[in-house]
Design a protein around this ligand. Structure first.
Ligand code: GDP
Ligand code: MG
Length: 297
């Protein structure tokens, strides 16, 4: 089931009624350029949302601020329609001075809340378009050391506004042992700075299988991922999505090789609806309350 994305499972996550309307989901990707953000999005949704990059000539003028670019695609699987929007943030962390490069990102997230609030306040609320960011994949450079100040600052500034999902980029550049150590250090940093990352909720009376699944997913955070939009041949002759090296093939969809499958399970197959709900019920609600209080309402 290599090419199966998994959102066809959405109807099991919510009531059948919403199937006809289709689903809207917006994911944001943040991290320094070259960490594999576009590749991973293509791999996750099995689309070429991002066509191969045309190299920019060195003489071309480079932007000096973080840009916010969004792309949407309608994808369909087993009769279930998903309108997927990916918000990319090219430029993040790429400048000589990266102070406050989180700022345009917070502003963009809040502008989307604003637009939602404005629609809610209209007389006709039938056609609300939900452009709020439901998840933010934050790409951590696979240094093997610990988080950098820019990572900590970004997450500290954003965690009350968006579901943060930390990811160790290009995990194939680290050994298994390095990944394990790095994960432990990243988690310690996150805890030390009291950063709230998205946690898969567990409910009372939930069956054992669901609880085990949630635990299994949680145990992989921060997900160490490998992305590839290529099919390569393994030494034993299988065709897989992966990256070929002289010493062998790293398989994207192989859980012994990386956490891609678990990340997709969290984002798409199991918790997409939870991510949307938490965004609406908690993150958006808190923002709205703060906004109304600051306006003296
Ligand atoms: P972005 O700038 O973060 O969007 O990064 P891209 O997706 O454009 O990828 C930058 C380069 O890294 C490309 O040459 C990709 O083929 C490569 N790349 C992407 N994902 C991975 C990965 O998981 N491991 C390795 N080793 N390289 C990757
Ligand atoms: Mg990119």
């Amino acid at each position: 089931l290599m090419g199966f994305v998994g959102f066809a499972n959405l109807p099991n996550q919510v009531h059948r009624k919403s199937v006809r309307k289709g689903f809207q989901f917006t994911a944001m990707v943040v991290g320094e350029s070259g960490l594999g953000k576009s590749t991973l999005i293509n791999t996750l949704f099995n689309t070429t949302l991002y066509p191969p990059k045309v190299p920019v000539p060195p003489s071309a003028e480079r932007p000096s601020t973080v840009a916010i670019e969004s792309i949407s695609a309608d994808i369909e699987e087993n009769g279930v329609r998903l309108r997927l929007t990916v918000v990319d943030t090219p430029g993040f962390g790429d400048f000589v001075n990266n102070d406050e490069c989180w700022k345009p990102i917070v502003e963009n997230i809040e502008a989307r809340f604003d637009s939602y609030l404005e629609q809610e306040n209209r007389v006709n609320r039938q056609k609300i378009v939900d452009n709020r960011v439901h998840a933010c994949l934050y790409f951590i450079q696979p240094t093997g050391h610990s988080l950098k100040p820019i990572d900590i600052e970004f997450m500290r500034q954003l965690h009350t506004r968006v579901n943060l999902i930390p990811i160790i980029a290009k995990a194939d550049t680290l050994t298994d042992e390095e990944v394990a150590d790095f994960k432990a250090r990243v988690l310690a940093d996150i805890a030390h700075h009291k950063i709230q990352i998205f946690e898969a909720p567990t409910y009372e009376n939930e069956d054992e299988e669901a609880v085990a699944e949630a635990k299994e997913i949680a145990s992989k955070i921060p997900f160490a991922v490998v992305g590839s939009d290529r099919i390569v041949k393994t030494p034993d002759g299988r065709e897989v999505r992966g990256r070929a090296y002289p010493w062998g093939v790293v398989e994207v969809d192989n859980e012994d090789h990386c956490d891609f499958v678990k990340l997709r399970q969290m984002l798409v197959r199991t918790y997409m609806e939870e991510l949307r709900e938490y965004t609406n019920d908690v993150l958006y609600e808190n923002w709205r309350t703060e906004k109304l209080l600051s306006m003296g309402v």
